[in-house]
Design a protein around this ligand. Sequence first.
Ligand SMILES: [Zn+2]
Ligand SMILES: [Zn+2]
Length: 149
Amino acid sequence: MTTPETQRLINKAEKLCEQRGARLTPARREVFEILAGQDGAIGAYDLLDKLKGAVPNAKPPTIYRALDFLQEQGFVHKISSSNSYVLCSHFDHHHPVQMLICERCGSVQEIQSDGVYDALRKQAQSHGFTVASQTIEAHGLCHHCQANA
Ligand SMILES: [Zn+2]
Ligand SMILES: [Zn+2]
């Protein structure tokens, strides 16, 4: 089922793709929609299972190609530490990514702190290193899980 919020995100992604001359193919759109309706992060194989509901002949490369595309467009972030994917909560611009990942329920909250970004960049500079992109993954317990601990 497509909620109005999911539909709003799809419309926004479609518009951005149009502006960029990128093609949101049915499979890419479908993967986007699954991620948009997802609470927290999801692994590629779980995505594939869900995708098969709409695209019965979907195979792992279908998913990986779609995910590559969605990451290139900045719609989706990969969480390396758990090898899963999450929809970006503000995908209309590229930005440094800081994610709060709950170890118990798997929820992912995205935060944006320019302070963290600047501090890391300055530290890197003092080591003669130029940062091209940064993703910070913080693990812990979310608000909800702490209350139910
Ligand atoms: Zn993001
Ligand atoms: Zn949690």
